[in-house]
Design a protein around this ligand. Sequence first.
Ligand SMILES: [Zn+2]
Length: 340
Amino acid sequence: MTESPILCSIDLDAPGKQVGQLQVPRSSNMAGWSNQYVPIVSIAGGDGPTAVVLGGVHGDEPEGQIAALNLLRRLEPAQVHGRLIVIPCVSMDASLEYSRLWPSGANMNRSFPGSPDGSPDEQLAHFLSTEVFPRSEIVVDMHSGGRTGLCVPWSEMHWVDDPEQRRQMVDGMYAWNADWCCVYIDIAGSGLLVGEAERQGKIVVSTELGGGGFVTAEIHRLSISGLENVLRHFGVIAGEAVTRADLGKPEQTLLMATERDNYLLAPESGLFETFVDLGQHVSVGEPLGQMHFLERPDRAPEVIESLTDGIVCSVRAIATTDQGDNVVVVAREASRSELD
Ligand SMILES: [Zn+2]
């Protein structure tokens, strides 16, 4: 295998707290010879599992980036049983522009497993796939709906076939203690970060922490409390994990969005008007929203109806919509035993 062209300024196997960066080769109009610096922090305190915490795979999702920054600043090696590797913002240039994709147009979450001689995003994906994930037992990848989507919010997972891996992932998903958990499928391509980590047998915990281009204080609290509780649950950081029962809250509502029909796509381009609110129960055939056509004020809007019974867990956060864009997700409420 070709060696990674990415330089890591810290020793990921050394004890203690180290703050450094990954240096990703780049060449731009502003500098022919340049490296993009991606901060990476390792906090190793002793024997125990290793967790990787990732934020900012998409640049317009600040929830996880801020939670990761708060986490890495407050933790010292004495509070870490095993090892924590934190990359608070994977897609630096995208975050600086508050955009989902890299300025090159690359989607970091479609770049895995990556390649050492591919584009910079593929080189970074390859480094994570070959140098970071193999060192870890747990991979936490924090997302949200970004500027264009608004989610209830939830912690999430893919269905994985290995029963023990799946059991641990279900426990991790529930340990976030959000009101909602969601099992989802990829309707927009392959090459996801979590997919590669799952393929390597890791316990993968992910989230969709709101979105819509803004973050409330409540979402910030859920981001850091969930992240810390998951790391406590797996014995990576000190302290007892708490359950929702401990917090006096009812059990999480489990959502299954594992069928294509759960994801409603715009039949034409236009302005989307939503009729439904997050958390609302809807029935098959129920109008979820409609597309308006600015160039055809005489034309009746195109109504989009639910294809299933279920709960609205995500709605498009902006009106401007292209044909084929997801406008609403209607998920089926399920019981936790379905994941056994
Ligand atoms: Zn994302």
